[in-house]
Design a protein. Structure first.
Length: 428
């Protein structure tokens, strides 16, 4: 009975995750307003996912809460309390807090019913394949019909992630790595992974492309898959030969970074508070990042220890420039402004502790589960560390997958520890 309920619970969570990237195609459709917030489909998807995961946790909670997860809950509570104390309007702190708590619910929900008898990693890998089919299919259709929007000097594939090439790139990068989470990788999963990587290139999201390549190298090295890496490089080289237009546009996206020089940086104090800072022939996205960093640094100096509260960066930027809905474009800057130096140090510590748990201390190297746990650690590293300039915090469509996998991985590690204790007891 417990096994059946466990499979049902994880199936419910995985079904939610599969629906998210497809339903995101309608994410900007507004359905009403509440407490000063415009309620759109994307917000409803987050709210429904949160309630769904909370219900699973409520029905299955066994009282076990990992210390690392307790630390992340503490981090969120700090940011929430500071926001309330600073009387930040609900419309700002509620979405930010909800994103974090939903991720934690998914993690805790997937952890509760994890046992060696329930094949969660196997179900997870299958769900990844299903989740990729429609977004990738739509991305291929965009390329075939010439529908990819032209943004920042390139035709950038967006898939179903509602005109967001960056969101599509993060989604493909974050969850496609789980296709390598089994000891044996079939032809279908490997082919889907290769196709996902090629579509990441067509998004022309510079940092995510580099992050994915670095992550792939680390993962195959960690899993001792040297031959697979060689085959992947051959396929990638072949793609560059037959798709010179795509590569030229990607290279162009990197070359435009060199249009920023010291003279432009010195202009930041004067132009950073403009609604939109543009210079002909200069990379607009980099100019925007200069603005966000300048305004963010100034905001941090106003509240250096505890910050302004979760969700405060966007209204701070809007107040300075009159331009709404602009993200920090740097997760560490975001938390420095919103939770202060104490919150940022806690966040960095928790990241290091989590990666250490998944990649160094899991001690599963002689077990099949090792492949899933390492894939989880590398996926987190790719999205939340390597891609820290890509607003990864805001894309819950990606984060929930990763946090559900973290819950599964922590459960697998706990199973291994119990197995060792049983073996020691048997010897005694």
């Amino acid at each position: 009975m417990q096994k059946a309920f466990g499979i049902l619970s994880i199936s419910v969570l995985l079904t939610s995750l599969i629906i998210l990237p497809v339903a995101s195609a309608f994410s900007r459709l507004e359905v009403g307003s509440f407490a000063g917030m415009n309620i759109n489909v994307r917000f409803l998807l987050l709210l429904i996912s949160s309630l769904n995961a909370f219900a699973v946790v409520l029905l299955s909670y066994t009282g076990h809460l990992p210390k690392i997860l307790l630390g992340f809950i503490g981090f969120v509570l700090i940011g929430f309390l500071v926001a309330v104390i600073n009387q930040l309007p609900v419309r700002w702190w509620f979405p930010s807090s909800l994103r974090w708590m939903t991720a934690i619910f998914f993690c805790l929900g997937s952890l509760q019913f994890n046992s060696s008898r329930i094949p969660h990693p196997h179900l997870f890998a299958k769900a990844v394949v299903v989740a990729l089919i429609i977004p990738m299919g739509y991305g291929l259709l965009q390329i075939a019909l010439g529908l990819a929007p032209f943004m920042n000097g390139a035709y950038r594939t967006t898939g179903t992630l509602n005109q967001s090439p960056l969101g599509f790139a993060l989604f493909l990068s974050g969850i496609s790595l789980f296709l390598l989470s089994n000891q044996r990788i079939g032809f279908v999963r490997f082919s889907v992974f290769v196709l996902a990587f090629l579509l990441i290139i067509t998004t022309h999201s510079r940092l995510v492309v580099i992050a994915t390549i670095l992550a792939l190298v680390l993962l195959v090295w960690q899993q001792n898959r040297r031959f697979m890496m060689l085959g992947f490089l051959v396929l990638l080289f072949s793609f560059t030969l037959i798709s010179p237009v795509v590569i030229d546009q990607l290279v162009g996206r990197f070359l435009v970074l060199f249009t920023i020089d010291n003279n432009i940086l010195q202009q930041a104090p004067v132009y950073a508070t403009r609604y939109q800072w543009t210079i002909q022939g200069v990379d607009n996205s980099t100019l925007l990042r200069i603005q966000t960093h300048f305004i963010g640094w100034r905001a941090w100096l106003e509240a250096p220890f505890w910050g302004h509260g979760l969700g405060s960066f966007v209204p701070i930027y809007e107040m300075a420039t009159k331009r709404p809905d602009i993200a920090a474009h740097n997760d560490y800057l975001l938390y420095l402004v919103e939770t202060g130096v104490f919150g940022l140090l806690l966040y960095v510590y928790l990241q290091l502790a989590l990666l250490d748990t998944l990649l160094r201390k899991s001690k599963l190297k002689n077990y099949p589960e090792y492949f899933f746990v390492t894939a989880t650690g590398i996926s987190y590293l790719t999205i939340n560390v390597f891609s820290f300039l890509s607003n990864a915090y805001y894309f819950f469509e990606v984060q929930l997958w990763i946090w559900a996998a973290i819950g599964l991985s922590l459960g697998l590690i706990n199973n291994y520890k119990r197995l060792l204790l049983n073996q020691v007891d048997a010897k005694l």
